[in-house]
Ligand binder design. Structure first.
Ligand SMILES: NC(=O)c1ccc[n+]([C@@H]2O[C@H](COP(=O)([O-])OP(=O)(O)OC[C@H]3O[C@@H](n4cnc5c(N)ncnc54)[C@H](O)[C@@H]3O)[C@@H](O)[C@H]2O)c1
Length: 244
């Protein structure tokens, strides 16, 4: 068990990669605070994991909501060891049609939410003197530009955020890395038109979509002592689609 007695906070845990990460973390011995927008749906989807999981409603784009959730973590578990910033939103907006609201929403969740959770999570780690780990989800789209502008921008910016705070938090013993998936079999991708999906997969040398557990296993690696000297890096899981 690679995460025995660790306390983890996973955002966007209601489905897709987030849920797979929660399941792997619990299998590796962690207690997990799982957060998503809809608490009832979240709790129902993770009910089989019992009291290894605390399911909380939290909007990562809202500073007060994130601060409240981190307060619950401290109250329940006394500290935090691992934060996974997985919550994300996309969209299919063509650049010339992108509204101000759509831009603000995608940047606000993907970048703003990652910033807020990193700040609050790292504050708690430092306060409780825990040598923690932050894992931020980006996307291969940030490298290839093959995606809407708001999404590619937010996911490229997450890489910059990771690098800066990896340097700044290193003296506290906190590692920070970016996990960079390629196209992965989740509800988010179910909304992508079939012809667009087929075109995307033509660019994946391994010739298929990634499965959520393949992301979750890399998240375990990054969260564990196996990755003890890795910080500030982009870790790609994309079947050879792009090189970092
Ligand atoms: N699926 C892919 O092909 C792919 C590829 C590269 C990167 N990613 C990234 O990986 C992450 C997970 O993707 P997924 O495909 O599992 O997504 P998904 O849409 O299946 O699940 C995302 C979860 O995040 C939650 N969420 C959205 N906004 C939130 C908010 N403001 N606060 C809290 N929770 C919120 C949703 O309710 C949902 O449960 C995202 O950051 C995504 O951008 C996905």
């Amino acid at each position: 068990m690679k995460l025995q007695n660790k306390v983890a906070f996973v955002t966007g845990a209601g489905q897709g990669m987030g849920q797979a990460i929660v399941r792997r973390f619990v299998a590796e011995g962690a207690k997990v605070v799982a957060v998503d927008l809809d608490q009832a749906a979240l709790a129902a989807g993770l009910a089989d994991l019992g009291d290894a999981v605390l399911a909380l409603a939290c909007n990562v784009a809202d500073a007060a909501s994130v601060a409240d959730a981190m307060g619950e973590v401290e109250a329940h578990f006394g500290g935090l060891d691992i934060l996974v910033n997985n919550a994300g939103v996309g969209g299919l907006d063509a650049f010339l049609e992108t509204s101000d609201d759509s831009w603000a929403r995608v940047i606000g969740v993907n970048l703003g939410g990652t910033f807020l959770c990193c700040r609050e999570g790292a504050r708690l780690m430092v306060k409780r003197k825990r040598k923690g780990v932050l894992i931020n989800l980006s996307s291969t789209a940030a490298l290839t530009g093959d995606g809407p502008a708001h999404y590619c921008t937010s996911k490229a910016a997450v890489m910059g955020l990771t690098r800066s705070i990896a340097r700044e938090l290193a003296p506290h013993g906190i590692r920070v890395n970016t996990l960079v998936p390629g196209p992965t079999n989740t509800p988010m991708m179910a909304g992508i038109p079939e012809d667009y999906m087929q075109a995307l997969l033509k660019n994946v040398p391994l010739g298929r979509m990634c499965e959520t557990d393949e992301i979750a296993r890399v998240a375990v690696f990054l969260a564990s002592e196996d990755a003890s000297f890795i910080t500030g890096q982009n870790i790609a899981v994309n079947g050879g689609m792009a090189f970092i």
